[in-house]
Design a protein around this ligand. Structure first.
Ligand code: 3EB
Length: 334
């Protein structure tokens, strides 16, 4: 992604039909006004995530690579790989309890990762319908999801349980849609944020098992130095483990920007042994999740100021994993 003409590349498109780029499509994630199951269409692995209110709001994220890909289905997962990178997408149908099916889906993905030999997981996204509602047992669905994920990760051997940057956010339908990227080679370093308690160490008040993800993941291809591509996890107005500025979306944006800047900034990279630095202006492929539609204009104005003019930014109106969070933002700093 360092140049976007070699290695793993991303495109964020306003329409459903991407113009050909001459590269190979590793995976396609369509953010639609409905969900569609993981599948292979014309050889391309993809999934449809229900994240748009209507058809004027569609966005497609395309992952591209240098070499021809082989795609297929494994259990209910759609995947593609090219010898360097793996894309894998799944959907867990809506249910009264996600714990068991999420554990199962995660195990299937990690089986596939092992079988195809892409041991470095770079980034995971999860889109969870009714994320703040109670499941059949009265447990909040996000906490139910976290329980299944934590149990799946518990059993993984060696480094496989080291979870990368992730997003866990609401969606408008379709149970849980999710996808991940992994690599065969290169160096993966998961980063924490000194301003925030690591999510896996959140106290019990946030659920029976904590969220398992890192604040950012640095992926440096073989032969290169520095931070490589920095995948910044979904980031919100959390300091320590507490939400700050409940009810104030502008202040929540400022804390979120501060958290993102800190995790990719020089000091944090150096503390992780990476002699490199990034700022908010380096972020590309930014996804902004806003709880209330009426807050989108003010959040967009803040984001346009914080991020580069050339950053691709997509806005979605969805619920966020804590009821008091009004905004969450992710991005990639190549
Ligand atoms: C947080 O910092 C906000 O469950 O995978 C952000 C990114 C959040 C990923 C996840 C949750 C997840 O705790 C929520």
């Amino acid at each position: 992604m360092a140049t976007h003409t070699h290695g793993l590349g991303c495109r964020l498109l306003r329409s459903g039909v991407p113009a050909p780029s001459g590269r190979h499509v590793l995976g396609r994630v369509a953010f639609l006004d409905h969900h569609s199951a993981p599948a292979i269409h014309a050889g391309v692995a993809g999934v449809g995530v229900h994240l748009a209110k209507d058809e004027n709001d569609l966005v497609t994220e395309v992952w591209e690579t240098d070499s021809p890909v082989t795609s297929g289905m494994y259990q209910d997962l759609a995947y593609a790989h090219d010898g360097d990178y793996l894309f894998c997408a799944g959907q867990v149908a809506g249910t009264g309890s996600y714990r068991e099916p999420v554990r199962h889906a995660y195990r299937a993905a990690f089986d596939l990762i092992a079988k195809l030999d892409y041991p470095n997981v770079l980034r995971i996204w999860h889109f969870i319908n009714d994320i703040n509602r109670a499941n059949a047992d009265g447990l909040e669905i996000y906490r139910d999801f976290c329980l299944g994920r934590a149990e799946a990760v518990d059993g993984l051997p060696g480094r496989a349980g080291d979870m990368p940057a992730a997003t866990g956010i609401g969606s408008l339908g379709g149970g849980i849609s999710w996808y991940l990227l992994a690599s065969r080679t290169g160096r993966v370093r998961n980063l924490e944020n000194p301003r925030q308690v690591p999510a896996p160490s959140y106290p019990h008040r946030y659920g029976p098992r904590p969220p398992k993800f890192a604040r950012a993941t640095s992926f440096t291809p073989d032969g290169l130095d520095g931070a490589g591509d920095l995948f910044v996890a979904g980031t919100a107005s959390i300091l320590g483990h507490r939400t700050v500025h409940a009810g104030d979306v502008e202040k929540q944006c400022d804390v979120t920007f501060g958290n993102m800047a800190t995790v990719i900034g020089r000091e944090n990279l150096l503390a992780n042994g990476i002699d490199d630095s990034r700022t908010l202006k380096d972020l590309r492929f930014v996804k902004v999740y806003v709880r209330h539609e009426e807050d989108v204009p003010v959040v967009a104005a803040k984001c346009e100021e914080a991020f580069s003019d050339t950053a691709e930014i997509a806005y979605f109106t969805v619920d966020i994993c804590r009821s008091d969070l009004l905004v969450e933002i992710e991005g990639i700093a190549p």
